[in-house]
Design a protein around this ligand. Sequence first.
Ligand SMILES: *[C@@H]1O[C@H](CO)[C@@H](O)[C@H](O)[C@H]1NC(C)=O
Length: 171
Amino acid sequence: MRYYATIRAASVLVGLLALTKTGYGLDCDLCYGEEDCSLGLDVPVVQCDEEAVQLTNGSLASFIRPLRNALPTKHHHYECVHVRATSVSGHVFLFTRGCVHQLEEGRHFCSLPHAAFQGSLECVACVGDRCNNVPVRQEGSGAMTRRSSLISLAVCSLLALSLFTLAAPHS
Ligand SMILES: *[C@@H]1O[C@H](CO)[C@@H](O)[C@H](O)[C@H]1NC(C)=O
């Protein structure tokens, strides 16, 4: 009796895992804007459904125009997305995480054409619970790292130069 119950439980579990893989019962971060989306693991999570897709779509449709048209999608198959657009000056003007429908064969969310802008775009579309909780890259600190490595490079070459001068035989 107990043996069968265990098998049943196991097969239910396997079934659930299989469903999760296809995007059923998928949990994704859902947030808009830099403040909400920068909360790390405290970002709100939703289980993808049609409502979550509508919310996400609403905040992305003006940037990713093809979303306005009915794209060929797999019904009730979802994926998590993370979209973050930063202008050249470092201003994050679009930051959205949420759920979208999986697109039909051969089309990928991140390959959809988006509005042209100067700056950098991060786009992630993935299937896996909270897979869109990607660490936020700080433009500012990136520039800082680059600057400090430039400074250390300059210090190193100065040091090498003075060593060379010291070691050179006086004439
Ligand atoms: C996405 O949002 C746009 C703009 O609000 C709307 O025109 C479009 O129908 C929406 N698409 C879906 C699939 O809901």
